[in-house]
Design a protein. Sequence first.
Length: 199
Amino acid sequence: MKSNKQLTKKIVSGKFKNTVLKLPSKITTRSSKSIVLESFFNTIQFDIIDATFVEVFSGSGSIGLEALSRGANNIIFMEKDKDVIKVLKENISKTDASACEIFSGDSFENIKAVISTLKKNNQIAYFYIDPPFSIREGMEDIYDKMLLLIKSIPTELSNLIIIEHMTGLEIPQNIGNYKKKKSKKFGNTTLTYLDANVE
């Protein structure tokens, strides 16, 4: 018999600590591992205070909401799946909805609108990009599209770009005006950090 138990995770730290977030079904999204998130937030813990944070392919929004809990000012979520967006909205409502904005639809198309919003509001953002694994049907070219998305982000609007990806995927040393700063492996998952290629 199939279990219909609702998958959840808690916000780990900050003003919304222990808030229970719903996770969409595992079929449509992957939840980032706790160890990956812990490492990431330890890396940028003080830099994120009062910052703008963009979560591309946001799913449940757990990374963006963790950033909000830890002191980020504005969170932009980008998600395509309508059912997942319902869960995302529910999770946002448990925190500070006034600090959050959702761009629904194809992230590869919506990145232009997000860039326009950042420009208009004079914001420099952290971009967390966690694309669906390319082994999923219809997602074969997801990483090529992701590289184009990164290239399209003006360096003056980006504090740092973080990619959560399969460990087997080799991220190029240079992507447009960005260069690979470091990569950290967690079993099958790797976090790669990119910053502006400034000499």
